[in-house]
Design a protein around this ligand. Sequence first.
Ligand SMILES: Cc1cc2nc3c(=O)[nH]c(=O)nc-3n(C[C@H](O)[C@H](O)[C@H](O)COP(=O)(O)O)c2cc1C
Length: 377
Amino acid sequence: MAETHFEGFGGVRLSADEWGTRHSPTVLFLPDIGQVRGIWHDAAAALAGAGRHVIAVDLRGSGASEEPGDRRYDADAFIGDLYAVLGQLSSRPVVVGAGRSARLAAIALGEAGPDLASGLVLVERYGAYSSSVPDDAPASGALDERTRQALERITTPILQVSANDSEARFDRFASARTDIEAEAMLAPSHPDHEEHFHAMLVEFLERRVPRTADEYVTGVDPRTLRDALGTFATGVTIVTATAPDGSHVGLTANSFTSVSLDPPLLLVCPARNAGSMAALEQAEHFAVNVLHIGQQSVSNLFAMKGEDRFAETEFELWDRGVPILDNALANFECRKYAEYDGGDHVILVGEVERVRYAPQRDPLLYFRGKYRRLHFG
Ligand SMILES: Cc1cc2nc3c(=O)[nH]c(=O)nc-3n(C[C@H](O)[C@H](O)[C@H](O)COP(=O)(O)O)c2cc1C
């Protein structure tokens, strides 16, 4: 995140935070009058993580933005600020506004023509009010009719997000256009309140204002198949076992999935030609060790030929004598339950006998042939 500035209506200096790169499509967040831009920080970080360039701006006279010399806080002054900010952006953003700012943004876009933004998200209420509301600032109700009329003229996608307890109030805008999408927020006290809202935004943006035009590649050749399968994001595991001679084997595998809770089953698919296969086939037990975000080097070590994989890897043995890697995100000690033909791989099903996991850590992810990090906290 970096701090940036805009010149608002009448030259007032507006402070903002910025996330992501300017090559990505922009989302502009506006707090309500009486709020500061910090209310949007988590949402902004989440959208930046989802490939958006995000700007959260403080309104005139609040947060780090300047108080206007003429002390104008009427609707047209705020709308003038928004025009000024939009004019300084290099692409048309999706505007996300809370409360009165949602209405002011709708009015700005509806009255000036549709070309200023690529989408609009009207959020009834979000986050705390920590800034004072100037006396002459417009009340929400006073903006409603103008907002409704403006919405009729906007042609870009619109999402309307009602606060959990005030659906009826915000729904008045739904009649303005039949294609306005409407969602309700979870109550602020709900543990998933924020994450639910972030997911709602990402889903709307990906569907209605996608980052790139959809372009499909088709075919069943090995390259296309690998690439298509690579669109399924996974975690990364190390599958370990002990050979009859007591030596330990292990390989990196992302072909891991949970199968059943009763009995507790999981599966993983090692390649038939894997060096570890002979030991895995003979073993009565094996372990699946799920890697955390800091274990990319462990993943590489157990995927490279010719390395002594256990020389520098810390592990312990539990009840079944298979290596349980120290410091992993999770360890599953399994009894071999079944083995199925999986073409050039073997489908190895394990009955979980003992589990250990670290609830606070983030996973190492693998997607499109690259290691990735989790974006949502
Ligand atoms: C992220 C990642 C995921 C992998 N997933 C699998 C897998 O699911 N099954 C498999 O057989 N090999 C997989 N591999 C490749 C093996 O780890 C690699 O071929 C390794 O050298 C096999 O070791 P081995 O032949 O000594 O048993 C993966 C490699 C990486 C980097």
